[in-house]
Write a new protein. Structure first.
Length: 409
């Protein structure tokens, strides 16, 4: 046995590799083909939010009967762990509606997987809070927040008592010291509460003090399931200038120079590529019925892989790579999106096209307008210019970089 004064001297050897402990990993990223997995446990929700792109009634027996069973989800979780998955996000609908949620949560944590729970917090009970305290998820819980006062909150959720239930759930997380982040949804119904959100968050110990804000609303993920709801969502959309106010507010720590620096890194002409993100590369999303897809909103039939009759390996090694090779053919996409240098500012992607138009490559005008409004605000384009007609965009980005460095330093 070595005493406290003993030293081990490692001589140079072909069998010894020196490595800084801070950079050491038990498993390299290359050895983990599936690094993360989103699981939509149900599309049902106990709220009926005016803007929601996915929710179905909580008591829909037909939908509930179609959902994956506890055993099926456990099998998929075990397969994910075998492939090195270290992070699972349970989402919905409202994931806590599942009667087996606690069982699935414990099963996942016992596999050594960290868990994110994306919830409206209305169904967090003392028992569940005790469980989360005893077996921490190791990731912040994500809580949607729709208002500070009952009248504003419930104008969004259209559910009496939902504000009280949500605040009770948030209080339980706070009391148990469970880390969470509040995700504020900016809507006409709760506009009067927006300025009070930061103060509300700061008053709650245990929260991440940053407030995630969303002011851009997608249409329904499942095309054609509710055209009346799509019309409602369109009526709620802010004008691009209002999106600037809510989502890119300087008083909340987002300077124009920082935006330019961020956008410079992710801006450039994309060509006819449909997928410019990392969707489906090292992870993906599983819906409530066993379909695996690159990202949760992308429900186009060509993008769904049936996990109940296949495997993660086949999806990640064959199906998704072939899907990502798809090229745009829509003339408007090729005229505009393929040549526009504002890619880093624009949310245009196959999932957005699917929700808006039912295709993979139709430009979403609303997103285009927001991107141009932001680009004009931070000085990358002039009024009336279109990103696809700008020929000196590299020089403009370089000027933006220089300006951002001056402001930061």
């Amino acid at each position: 046995m070595l005493n406290s004064k003993s030293k081990i001297i490692l001589k140079d050897s072909p069998y010894i590799k020196r490595q800084d402990i801070s950079s050491f990993k038990l498993q390299s990223d290359d050895e983990r083909p599936l690094r993360f997995l989103d699981i939509e446990l149900t599309e049902r929700c106990n709220n009926n939010c005016v803007h929601c792109s996915i929710n179905l009634p909580e008591d829909d027996a037909h939908v509930k009967a179609r959902e994956m069973s506890t055993g099926e989800i456990k099998r998929i979780l075990s397969d994910a762990a075998r492939l090195g998955c270290m992070l699972v996000r349970f989402t919905g609908g409202e994931p806590l509606l599942r009667e087996d949620f606690s069982e699935l949560y414990l099963f996942t944590r016992r596999l050594g997987i960290r868990v994110i729970i994306f919830t409206n917090a209305t169904l967090i009970t003392p028992g569940l809070a005790d469980l989360l305290e005893r077996v921490p998820p190791l990731q912040r819980i994500e809580v949607s927040l729709y208002g500070i006062k009952p009248q504003t909150y419930e104008a969004v959720t259209r559910k009496t008592g939902s504000c009280q239930a949500a605040m009770a759930g948030i209080k339980l997380l706070h009391e148990k010291g469970i880390r969470f982040i509040l995700k504020w949804v900016c809507l006409p119904q709760n506009k009067e509460d927006d300025d009070a959100v930061d103060g509300f968050v700061s008053s709650i110990n245990g929260t991440d003090k940053r407030v995630s804000r969303n002011a851009v609303f997608d249409l329904r993920c499942r095309r054609g399931d509710d055209q009346g709801k799509n019309r409602l969502i369109k009526s709620l959309r802010w004008q691009p200038e209002e999106v600037m106010r809510f989502q890119y507010h300087q008083d909340r720590g987002e300077t124009d120079a920082q935006l330019i620096d961020f956008c410079r890194k992710f801006t450039g002409v994309r060509g006819d590529r449909l997928f410019s993100c990392e969707a489906g590369v090292t992870g993906g999303c599983m819906d409530a019925y066993g379909s695996f897809q690159p990202c949760l909103p992308l429900r186009h039939p060509e993008c769904l892989y049936d996990l109940q009759h296949g495997s993660f390996e086949e999806a990640l090694n064959d199906f998704f790579p072939q899907l990502r090779l798809k090229r745009a053919t829509n003339p408007e996409f090729l005229k505009r999106c393929a040549k526009c240098f504002l890619r880093g500012l624009c949310d245009q992607c196959p999932a957005k096209s699917w929700m808006e138009h039912g295709t993979l490559d139709t430009p979403v005008d609303y997103l285009c307008e927001i991107a141009h409004a932001l680009a004009e605000r931070i000085g990358l384009i002039n009024s009336g210019e279109k990103g696809w007609n700008v020929s000196d965009w590299r020089e403009r980005l370089e000027r933006g970089k220089c300006e951002s460095e001056k402001e930061i330093h």
